[in-house]
Design a protein around this ligand. Structure first.
Ligand code: NAP
Length: 315
């Protein structure tokens, strides 16, 4: 089966690329191995995506994006891609079920939560250790939970957890937050949120479930034990670049390097959204990247394939 454009990953970047590509009349397939919508589906209320003045859940927003892309003929394929190859100009995608070919490829594989990599974390995941407040927050009604991290995710999700928990303790490794000021101000004004500064988690203790966090103050080196019912870890994201490393140029942190047209180092292969080396990772920037990538892919197809087809028709 030959497509004009194959998109890998159906988060906001991929969904937007699919909309632009399919609406532009290109035969478009979008592959997603897990759930359509990507990381944002677990965000309870997206309040900075223009057009939704009261906010919208990440799940509903991406469901709308999928419906919109399908309306213009984008084909959703629920298969895991195992390899990306090249045959001349053609891009070859392998999945567990077969091979697919496309003139152009848009990589929108996104990112996943970084782990703390401390003893107890893996063993107690799902037993008090979580990376998703939307998924697990309601389990902590009237409990005391900790949130690790000082970025937008940690502080926003900490705020969300106060709906359930009686106390949320944010533990941050520095003495100032990285989160945007408006998000910080809300947290500082929330009486249910407390902060522990200059502190990292050294170990997560518990037998069947989490029981306490072993903390170390980075300045005083003092070690303390904090009894806790749950911990939510938001210490950044890592790129989903497993398929890419040998072929696509990445930055030091493993995010894909592109130019302003979302072009990677391989002609006809583009990247969009959280997988890309970028200054801002938001739904609005991901959808914008997706639109640019689809536009660039179309232009590249016209300049390369269509020119070839005209040439061979002449002969
Ligand atoms: P982030 O901005 O990279 O923040 C990660 C936080 O975790 C930082 O405060 C960092 O500390 C801390 N950290 C990293 N490694 C750590 C470790 N090993 N131990 C303890 N703390 C550690 O990640 P994010 O909050 O997940 O956000 C990711 C992207 O999504 C960002 O671009 C963010 O702006 C965006 N986002 C936006 C919104 C929104 O606009 N509403 C919501 C969520 C996410 P330092 O500060 O000391 O580096």
């Amino acid at each position: 089966m030959k497509y004009d454009v194959i998109i890998i990953g159906a988060g906001p970047a991929g969904l937007s690329a699919a909309l632009y590509s399919a609406r532009g009349g290109l035969k478009t397939a979008i592959f997603e191995k897990a759930m359509v919508g990507g990381q944002i589906t677990v965000t309870d209320n997206v309040e900075n995506y223009p057009g939704f003045e009261d906010g919208i859940s990440g799940f509903d927003l991406t469901a709308k994006m999928k419906t919109q892309a399908e309306r213009f003929g984008a084909e959703f394929i629920s298969e895991e891609i195992t390899a990306i190859g090249l045959e001349g100009l053609c891009k070859v995608i392998e999945t567990n079920s077969g091979e697919y070919r496309a003139k152009s490829l848009i990589i929108c594989t996104g990112a996943h939560p970084r782990r703390l990599n401390v003893p107890g974390e893996e063993r107690l995941t799902g037993r008090g250790v979580s990376y998703c407040a939307t998924c697990d927050g309601a389990l902590y009604r009237d409990k005391v939970v900790a949130v690790i991290g000082g970025g937008d995710s940690a502080i926003e999700e900490g705020q969300f957890l106060t709906r359930f928990a009686k106390k949320v303790i944010v533990i941050h490794r520095r003495d100032e937050l990285r989160a945007q000021k408006i998000i910080q101000d809300r947290a500082f004004n929330n009486p249910k949120i407390e902060f522990i500064w200059d502190t990292v988690v050294q170990e997560i203790h518990g037998d069947q479930r989490i029981e306490k966090l072993e903390l170390v103050n980075r300045k005083s080196k003092k070690i303390t034990m904090l009894p806790i019912d749950g911990v939510f870890i938001y210490v950044g994201i890592l790129p989903n670049n497993g398929l890419l490393e040998s072929r696509i140029e990445l930055d030091n942190a493993g995010f894909v390097l592109t130019d302003e047209n979302m072009q990677t180092n391989v002609p006809g292969i583009y990247a969009a959204g959280d997988i890309r080396h970028t200054v801002l990772r938001q739904v609005v920037t991901a959808t914008s990247d997706g639109a640019v990538a689809a536009w660039s892919a179309e232009k590249w197809i016209i300049e390369n394939y269509d020119a070839l087809e005209v040439e061979s028709a002449k002969q």
